[in-house]
Design a protein around this ligand. Structure first.
Ligand code: IPM
Ligand code: MG
Length: 359
């Protein structure tokens, strides 16, 4: 089968990591008899430079016509002083919203060969962990009313955390359905001891729990969750949380997998079309130096195969290849652990993974 993929390389290391992920897709395609047509589109800082805006309409059109979207990363110091609505990040929020991608799936798994790269105490790392964070992606404080106003105390700035029941219900449904395919344990993370929006979140999740009697649901306050993630990450299976809490907690869970360069993500809405991107940023400090870890982006296309194209075997082939390469001791410079036998660059890491997929 042929799949049309819109490709947003973006800024910084985006080009390098996406190139390796495309190679991984092509390798899987050669083995399993699929082909991919890639269409490059601009978003982020490079789009600002070329067109004056971070998300040109043409990009939205191509993405909405594609079978799925692959994204590297956007942003960089060059565009940091632009007003909020013209920053590269506004492009990212814009495409998530334009495509209706309200569910962000971020699996955090400690690969066995990376146990020594995990910054947690050895007895905690030894237990391993395998969780998935379901982050609400098109609501909350990221999209609430914001602005500045002059008061008698000087300028005041505000952002608004706001959720309506429908938004909570649809993300909770994704979380319950995900829990049903896993260990049936769902933890909903909020700040209900302080925030009204969190209290509605909690009530809505509990109302839905009645429809999923097999799923064990509990609530956890976000500050406690930040602590529990480093105390014992093995207690988590599926986590559901708001846009901002999910942003923060997913970086924390990425780090305990050994490196932020390991975490993939899928952003999904009501159709099969999704947007797949590593959770890390554009790392301008190492851009163009063949140092970036392409694994998160390669694991993101593995998720694309599974979630958008219904190809779980092909997804597993990539995941196994990553595991095998790590098992053999190859590491990009972001991961330095006692098991490292070979420090490799972006390109070589991609090549090793492709070779393993082809075996
Ligand atoms: C992420 C990123 C983005 C976010 C930024 C770049 C706007 O941190 O995908 O986690 O906050 O959603
Ligand atoms: Mg983030």
């Amino acid at each position: 089968m042929n799949f049309n993929i819109a490709v947003i390389k973006g800024d910084g290391i985006g080009d390098e990591i996406v190139t390796q992920a495309m190679k991984a897709l092509e390798t899987v395609g050669a083995v399993y008899n699929h082909s991919f047509t890639f269409t490059d589109v601009l978003m982020g800082g490079c789009a600002i430079d070329a067109t004056g805006v971070p998300l040109p309409q043409e990009t939205i059109d191509v993405c909405l016509k594609s079978d799925s979207v692959l994204l590297g990363a956007v942003g960089g110091p060059k565009w940091d002083t632009l007003p909020g609505h013209l920053r590269p990040e506004a492009g990212l929020l814009g495409i998530r919203s334009a495509m209706g991608l309200y569910a962000n799936i971020r699996p955090a798994v400690l690969f066995k060969p990376l146990k020594k790269a995990c910054p947690l105490r050895a007895d905690i790392a030894d237990r391993g962990f395998d969780m998935v964070i379901i982050r609400e992606l098109t609501g909350g404080i990221y999209f609430g009313e914001r602005g500045r106003r002059t008061t008698e105390n000087g300028v005041e700035a505000f952002d608004t955390e706001r959720y309506h029941e429908t938004e909570i219900r649809r993300i909770a449904k994704v979380a319950f359905e995900t829990a049903m395919t896993r260990r049936k344990k769902l933890i909903s993370i909020d700040k209900a001891n302080v925030l009204e929006s969190s209290r509605l979140w909690r009530e809505t999740v509990h109302k839905m729990a009645v429809e999923y009697p097999q799923v064990e649901v509990s609530d956890m306050l976000v500050d406690n969750a930040a602590m529990q993630l480093v105390k014992d990450p093995s207690q988590f299976d599926v986590v559901v949380t708001s846009n901002m809490f999910g942003d923060i907690l997913s970086d924390e869970s990425a780090m305990i997998t050994g490196s932020i360069g390991m975490l993939a993500s899928a952003s999904l809405g009501d159709s099969k079309r999704g947007l797949y991107e590593p959770i890390h940023g554009s790392a301008p400090d190492i851009a163009g130096q063949d140092k970036a870890n392409p694994v998160a982006t390669i694991l993101s296309v593995a998720m694309m195969l599974k979630y958008s194209f219904g190809l779980p075997k092909e997804c597993a082939a990539i995941e196994h290849a990553v595991d095998a390469v790590l098992q053999a001791g190859a590491r990009t410079p972001d991961i330095k652990d006692a098991e490292t036998t070979q420090v490799v660059g972006t390109r070589q890491m991609g090549e090793l993974i492709c070779r393993e997929i082809g075996k």
